[in-house]
Unconditional design. Structure first.
Length: 377
């Protein structure tokens, strides 16, 4: 990776596209972004590179044959794989598991939270997906569920920082812990839940701020029983969604975009991402990748094989979203959910995290905190 000082192209800034230059200062921050405004519908017509904020993925189980739950060097390998696809920051996501398995995963990834892996995305911290979920809505989670245990959680948080936690709000111990979790600096998301609309609204009142893979592993929306999805549509500022076009129909994604101001996309990727069809590990589960999806033996979707550059193409080319809207869903909104004002946007003083694409939205290069990374080298 080489020191990069400037890059020319169509640069997406918070106020729109500029045809100009992104200049990077020593230390990996953006020194300036200058250029002439250009209409978005012209950005993909020529041969100029398209420069977007680096993708931020807050739900990553694995990739390139590696699973976060493997511990050891797995988190670094996962971060390197996703950097190939334009992700510049991510939340390493754990599975529902016994505490000894979680401890091993946390100890493995902790060093890479403090130091970005070479040629890899920044590991911002942990998304603890379970074990404080409802066993009636496991999805692909192993059945090691339990009510909230704050001592256990604080033990893990002391090893590596937990950014996000997914919990089922209908379980009293989980709901009662929300304010204490917020006091620890952990953002609460609702998911893997059988809860009612009222359960979710109460959790939001207590401080829950997000929803994990909206629509999946929760009751569907019904006009007389709106459930957790209805609560998200009516009250949420933030929610994550998986745009692989398998987990959620394009029409449902569009509906969520209209209802939830800062909807953001995640991959929920597994070790199978970037790998040939076959069997892979997802925590204690063996999953099979086939026909673009990842499933348990009974056919249940088990995470995904999605990468964020493919998510961009799905949003822009299948759903017809503009690149500015898609970029907010793939970077800015996730950064805002975590309160990271120096990531997810290309402006002076922010981290120089960017993805460089051609007009077909294929990744041609990635800027990782100011360092140029050619995924094809």
């Amino acid at each position: 990776m080489a020191e990069l000082t400037h890059f020319k192209g169509h640069v997406l800034t918070p106020s729109g596209f500029l045809s100009g230059v992104l200049e990077i200062a020593r230390g990996g921050r953006i020194a300036r972004v200058e250029g002439t405004p250009v209409e978005e519908d012209q950005v993909r017509q020529g041969d100029s590179p398209i420069i977007l904020p680096g993708f931020i993925d807050l739900h990553v189980h694995g990739g390139g044959g590696h699973d976060i739950m493997d511990g050891g060097e797995a988190a670094a390998q996962v971060a390197r794989f996703h950097a190939l696809h334009g992700t510049t920051a991510l939340a390493a996501t754990t599975m529902t598991a016994p505490v000894e398995d979680l401890e091993a995963a946390f100890r493995g990834l902790a060093p890479f939270v403090h130091k970005r892996p070479e040629r890899g995305a920044r590991v911002l911290g942990v998304h603890l997906e379970g074990p404080y979920i409802n066993r009636e809505r496991l999805g692909a989670q192993p059945d090691h569920t339990r009510p909230m245990a704050l001592e256990e959680l604080r033990f893990l948080h002391g090893i590596a920082p937990i950014l996000l936690i997914t919990l089922a709000p209908e379980i009293p111990a989980n709901r009662l812990a929300i304010r204490e979790l917020l006091a620890e600096g952990i953002r609460v998301q609702l998911g893997h839940t059988q809860g009612t609309y009222e359960d979710a609204v109460e959790a939001i009142r207590l401080g829950a701020s997000g929803f994990t893979h909206l629509f999946n592993a929760m009751p569907g929306l019904h006009h007389r029983n709106p459930g957790v999805v209805g609560a998200a549509f009516a009250h949420a500022e933030y929610a994550e969604i998986i745009p692989d076009l398998l987990h959620v129909h394009p029409g449902a994604i569009l509906a969520a975009l209209r209802a939830i101001p800062r909807l953001y996309c995640v991959t929920d990727s597994t070790a199978a991402a970037g790998m040939p069809d076959g069997e892979y590990q997802l925590g204690r589960h063996t999953v099979t990748k086939c026909l673009g999806g990842v499933r348990l033996p009974d056919g249940t979707l088990a995470g995904s094989a999605l990468t964020m550059d493919q998510a961009l193409r799905n949003l822009a080319d299948t759903l017809g979203l503009g690149l500015a809207v898609a970029s907010r869903c793939l970077a800015t909104n996730a950064a805002d959910h975590l309160g990271l004002q120096e990531r997810g946007r290309l402006l002076q003083g922010a981290w120089a995290d960017a993805v460089v694409l051609d007009r077909d939205l294929a990744v041609r290069g990635v800027i990782l905190e100011g360092a140029w990374f050619d995924p094809h080298a």
